[in-house]
Design a protein around this ligand. Sequence first.
Ligand SMILES: Cc1cc2nc3c(=O)[nH]c(=O)nc-3n(C[C@H](O)[C@H](O)[C@H](O)COP(=O)(O)O)c2cc1C
Length: 441
Amino acid sequence: MPHRPRRSWATWTTSVDPAAGTPGRRQSPGPRTNYLIVGGVGPPGIRLARADYGGFGAEYQSQVYLRGERSPLPFAYEELEAAARQKLPGTAFDYVAGGAGGERTARANLRAFDRWEILPRVLTDVDRRSLAVELLGRVLPAPVLLAPIGVLSIVHPEGELAAARAAAAVGVPFVLSCASSHPIEEVAREMGDGPRWFQLYWSRDRELNASLVARAERSGHAAIVVTLDTKLLGWRERDLERGYLPFLRGEGVANYLSDPVFRSRLGRPPEEDPAGAAAQFLGLALDPTLTWPDLGFLRERTRLPIVLKGVLRAEDAARAVDVGASAIVVSNHGGRQVDGSIPALAALPGVVRAAGGRVPVLFDSGLRRGADAVKALALGARAVLLGRPYAWGLALGGENGVRTVVERFLAEIDLTLALAGIADLASCDATLLRSVPDAIG
Ligand SMILES: Cc1cc2nc3c(=O)[nH]c(=O)nc-3n(C[C@H](O)[C@H](O)[C@H](O)COP(=O)(O)O)c2cc1C
């Protein structure tokens, strides 16, 4: 085999169209495009983000084969994670990879996908495909969002700025974590008109909640996602082992340090007294007293749709709808909160039934490949949130790393659906699957 020098990640980027990452530019859907996607050149002035990722899988795949060389960013999730492990300090890798306790739920989240199998249909026309889906009044090009992941600066200095640019370039919504390492407004500025939501960790300080939500609203976020599974921090053995909590090292607190209400609660500004600010943060960032009536406070303070994340029980889903949630996210926080809790996928059918089509149900926790997403969509999720995979993409390749991971995820969703005989999401339902325990013989 002739030796080919391995190219650096920077030269193996997904798009070299100078306009590709330009925020605020929108490509009209137009006819099916056929320009290079992977490391190629798009038509001048045309952004590669699409109105619909139907058909994208075959195009992406063709470009990879035409290129004919090994990608520096692994395709297999396991290798992606292993490469990130090689690159990152142990503290950062373990913070992202780790789960609560013995990590049984983190592992169970992945295994839960094996309990469902896809039963492909044959002889259906899947030449023209669509992945477009309506969510909270906006049509998305694919049923995918980027999950809120805090403290991304521990894996890459650009953190959320890079991840948000990648999301905007692809055209999928970026859900900005409350615990981001760059302030809401700065991240929003990177995104142009790219779709974005803001995730709120409900604080003990109500005025701080109101202030964060107002800032998110002013900076163009289209929904507030309240995370319900983190009233306290989970028992995370890897982080405890190292005595590592990034917030105490000044990471993931940008929204607090830049907030006028938070600052007004401090004796001295955080620039002069970082330890005091950290103590204040630890004391009030989460609120174990949060209960259903508190959501009324939020409802009065924002006109944005409220999305409740971390719902696993059917009766909680029904109540979420009753109190006016606009969407529900079935999630167990990637197994980072309650070790031994139900795998998120196992909770999905019950929550979908309880929501009864009154609000969309979204899903995360354990998605590693496009085929996983197809199973969640078939079980009734309107869209899915991609988590750890994009954090590893960020660690390895910054904005382009995230973009590539997301594009590959979309490509595989498109191909898996097509090969299962499905041309659009309306026909992707539970009849596509069989449950493995029920399927003996
Ligand atoms: C390092 C890390 C940080 C996270 N930070 C947040 C956060 O700030 N807010 C939130 O709602 N969820 C957070 N999550 C949970 C994700 O939104 C999502 O539920 C989870 O990553 C899904 O699991 P998966 O990545 O294994 O698929 C975080 C997850 C990880 C791995």
